[in-house]
Write a protein that binds this ligand. Structure first.
Ligand code: ANZ
Ligand code: ZN
Length: 853
């Protein structure tokens, strides 16, 4: 039998949409706007299934909103700077610019083959000077506004390659290429003052009620507001006091030690002439600075020999350690440790034989017998062993302790933030040059605005380690803009999160030359109404974008402060994994089913089935979208992406699933072909409808109502299920009478309009076949007639003394009085009561009337 020719059809409609400018967005104050955007891809070379899912979701939203009458902006672009391009240059000798532009070209074609409703005229690529020149200007504006500063900060240094490494280039403490132990080095770097907005970034999370709760919590934790106290301790034999930060001043009487960070100035001072301490500090610095590294590393310390005097107990002296788990960048880089009530402190105390004295008694415990085992008690309880705090709950004790600390001028209440300022300097080539010139006399001088952009030179070489910009023979030599003396360009480039922090703004005015975007256009389109992308960006990218929007507002670029009003984080695309007998991963197309088991397609040797995991090159459990689109068409791929699970959940890619989607596409196509000759012309008036035609009509309108609601809630899998149900019902109708034929056309048309966001090519094709001159993309979303949605009647059983005597038809949710009256008027019921008056009548709405005589 005949099959739907998706190849021809899909190409045809993609051309038609492009030629008619169907998705070109322009400001229209008369219509409500809707800005929907998916996270733009890194141009790695080919799209993967994660992209297909992400962009399908966005496209359904965009097409649905457009049909609903919104003025939709749906753009796409390329997050085009980054390390892989440089690696390609080093490994394969191809220039990052060439590599990136070629990848963009092929991925653009792939995206176009999916039939996505983008306004391609707004495409941006962040590696082009037309894009990045604006962020250079913004950086200088932020600098003027006091939102940028320069500070020494630690970087990973590869001593063999003599180069700075990105965190992801450090593997188990070693340079990824050289294998050398990575060192820490202090470099002067640029920081964006994200902490200036810490409070607002935290408070405003509450208003983001169209964001997943999970993401808001992750941001909240990342910002990490901690209330506590600063407290200065006397150090025996020294005039300077040692300041610590604590969130648990209530546990002061359970203190066992003080600890300072290996990078604390006191540690550096003590290390002078102390080989053991010097080596310990060096060891800590080799460990990697990430919090995750610190979290998992064994807690280690070295006793400095110094003692601190307890603030409230005369004569009590505590040892001061240098400890690897104390961060210099948090609080004051020093702590007091209370082993009984903090797990890290407990591990530390057990290792170094320090006392573990509980001071908070957990509920239900006995003060005499209670002891701390392997687990610290971080929970609530009543203070004991604690002098003036005895008997208080934890919160009250914190307040009392801080009051006393403040009264005795030992310290004060403070709020600490986990959030750090954003270091944006990267010692890399393929990024946006930082528009600064360094002069020996004038210091760091901004590049004059008239000289922007600072273009990234393309005549660079990758034949030796380090940053090609620094090796360039002439690029960095310039005259100082202030004094004219010879000076040097900054050779660092921005962190690539810089580009993605404002691209939503650029989409509003992609061609603006003198400004990143026209304020009027940004004020019209922003905020983004719906942003869709991976949960892996729940913290950094989204937080940086929220910061950038505030900074841009501060500098007068736009009016909004939150960039993304709605956020949908989609789940991963997963697939089974396979291994051969030697334990090597196999691609799905190397594996075939045989006798209920799996074997290698070529060798016939047994294959082990592993669990389903996120598709990844390393496990080879990938299916290439290009292959799927080529074999089944874009509509099938899109439909399957939507069918199986709600968008937030992981999706299991299976051949059976794709097959099912493909069969449905064909069923719908064949259905229209089969009945088309029997249908009345498009737009004919409704004839008198018989019962069967009316029933179908009701189902059509119920589907419209339900499916519209599904789309509104992003319950795309439910929407697909509903569409399939309607299709089944339509498939059963024989259009033998004019009323049935009319209802069938109405149902088919509604089905196509509703299918259009999911399977746009097929919908257009069949819509045209049904005789419509206007494309689906220019046709409004179908409307459900509310009168057809009410369930008109229900069948209700009538029992007399528990025996069924009659059934009656009642309006749905009818008044119980009406139910009782109708029931008692039925002849069999009257007969069964044999003249007696009922003692009781019980009405279960829509189900039963029980008469007791
Ligand atoms: C004593 C204490 C007793 C603490 C106790 C906790 C429990 P958050 O909630 O993240 O703000 N701390 C302070 N500065 C630190 C630093 N630079 N590096 C590592 N740890 C540091 O954590 C605050 C707590 O973390 C502080 O409260 C301090 O230990 C520790 F039963 O003080 B606490
Ligand atoms: Zn100068």
């Amino acid at each position: 039998d005949e099959r739907y020719n998706f190849k021809e059809t899909e190409a045809k409609w993609q051309r038609t949409w492009e030629e008619s400018g169907a998705f070109v967005a322009t400001i229209d104050p008369a219509r409500p706007k809707y800005f929907v955007m998916e996270m733009f891809p890194y141009p790695s070379g080919r799209i993967h299934m994660g992209h297909v899912r992400n962009y399908t979701l966005g496209d359904v939203v965009a097409r649905h909103k457009r049909a609903q009458g919104f003025n939709v902006l749906h753009p796409m672009g390329w997050d085009a700077f980054g390390l892989p391009a440089e690696n390609a240059a080093i490994e394969r000798g191809v220039h990052p610019a060439k590599w990136t532009r070629e990848n963009i070209a092929s991925m653009r074609e792939q995206l176009k083959s999916m039939g996505l409703s983008y306004d391609w005229g707004r495409e941006v690529a962040t590696c082009e000077p037309e894009y990045y020149r604006h962020e250079q200007k913004m950086f200088l504006d932020f600098l003027k506004a006091g939102l940028v500063y320069r500070k020494e900060s630690w970087v990973n240094w590869d001593p063999v390659e003599n180069t700075v490494l990105a965190n992801e280039q450090v593997i188990d403490g070693r340079g990824w290429r050289s294998g050398a132990l990575v060192e820490k080095r202090l470099l002067s770097q640029w920081f964006l003052k994200i902490t200036a907005f810490a409070d607002d970034l935290l408070q405003s999370l509450k208003g983001l009620d169209r964001w997943p709760e999970r993401v808001r919590v992750m941001q909240e934790n990342w910002i990490g507001r901690s209330e506590g106290a600063k407290l200065s301790w006397d150090v025996v034999g020294r005039s300077e006091r040692l300041e610590i930060f604590t969130t648990r001043p209530d546990t002061l009487f359970g203190a066992a030690f003080l600890a300072i960070s290996p990078n604390h100035p006191l540690a550096a001072e003590l290390a002078r002439g102390n080989a053991e301490l010097t080596e310990f500090i060096a060891e800590c610095n080799r460990m990697g600075t990430s919090e995750a590294a610190l979290e998992t590393a064994e807690k280690k310390g070295l006793d400095t020999g110094l003692k601190a005097r307890h603030p409230f107990v005369p004569g009590w002296e505590l040892p001061i350690y240098v400890a690897n788990f104390v961060l210099m960048e948090y609080g004051s880089g020093a702590i007091f440790g209370c082993p009984a009530h903090d797990q890290r402190d407990l591990d530390f105390a057990r290792k170094y034989g320090l006392p573990v004295k509980p001071v908070v008694l957990p509920p239900g415990e006995d003060a005499i017998t209670f002891a701390v085992g392997d687990e610290a008690c971080a929970g609530d309880g009543i203070l004991y062993n604690s002098d003036f705090l005895d008997g208080l709950g934890v919160e009250a004790a914190k307040a009392a302790a801080i009051d006393r600390i403040e009264k005795e001028s030992l310290g004060e209440r403070t709020v600490n933030w986990r959030l750090r300022d954003w270091g944006v300097s990267r010692q890399r080539y393929w990024g946006c040059p930082i528009p600064i010139i360094h002069c020996d006399s004038c210091g760091a001088v901004p590049v004059p605005e008239a000289e922007l952009p600072v273009r990234l030179p393309e005549d660079v070489t990758f034949d030796r380690p380090g940053n090609p910009l620094a090796h360039h023979p002439t690029w960095k030599d310039v005259a100082c803009p202030c004094c004219g003396k010879p000076a040097r360009r900054e050779t660092d480039t921005f962190d690539t999160f810089f580009e993605s922090s404002w691209y939503f703004g650029r989409y509003c005015s992609p061609l603006a030359e003198t400004v990143p975007f026209e304020k009027t256009e940004a004020d019209y389109w922003l905020p983004v109404d719906q942003y869709i992308g991976g949960i892996e960006h729940a913290v950094l990218h989204l937080l940086y974008s929220r910061f950038f929007t505030r900074a841009m507002k501060t500098c007068g670029y736009l009016e909004v402060k939150e960039p993304f009003d709605g956020l949908l984080t989609q789940g991963m695309v997963c697939h089974e994994t396979y291994k051969d007998e030697a334990g090597a991963w196999l691609y799905p197309d190397e594996v075939v089913k045989q006798d209920g088991g799996l074997v290698h397609a070529e060798t016939g040797r047994p294959v082990a089935l592993g669990r389903s995991e996120k598709m990844s090159k390393s496990k080879r459990n990938v299916v290439d979208p290009a292959y799927i689109i080529d074999t089944y068409g874009a509509d099938t791929a899109r439909l399957f992406m939507l069918s199986d699970s709600p968008p937030e959940r992981d999706l299991e890619w299976t051949e059976a699933g794709v097959d099912g989607a493909w069969r449905y596409v064909n069923r719908l196509w064949r259905l229209v072909g089969t009945v088309i000759e029997s249908l009345p012309p498009a737009g004919s008036t409704m004839p008198e409808l018989g019962a069967e035609a009316l029933k179908l009509r009701r189902q059509t309108h119920k589907t419209i109502a339900g499916l519209s609601d599904d789309l509104e809630r992003f319950a795309f899998n439910k929407a697909v299920a509903r569409l399939r149900e309607l299709t089944n019902a339509l498939g059963e109708v024989k259009p033998t009478t004019p009323d049935l034929a009319w209802s069938l056309r109405e149902g088919l048309e509604a089905a196509l309009l509703m299918a259009a966001p999911m399977m746009p090519h097929l919908a257009e094709e069949l819509w045209a076949e049904l005789g419509h001159a206007e494309a689906v993309t220019a046709t409004p979303w179908p409307k459900a007639d509310p009168a057809l949605l009410v369930e008109d009647s229900v069948t209700v059983a009538v029992q007399v003394n528990g025996k069924l005597r009659a059934t009656i038809e009642l309006p749905k949710d009818a008044d119980p009085k009406l139910a009782e009256e109708t029931a008692l008027a039925q002849a069999p019921v009257i007969a069964a009561m044999s003249g007696k008056t009922p003692r009781k009548v019980v009405v279960v709405p829509n189900r039963i009337v029980n008469v007791v005589v």
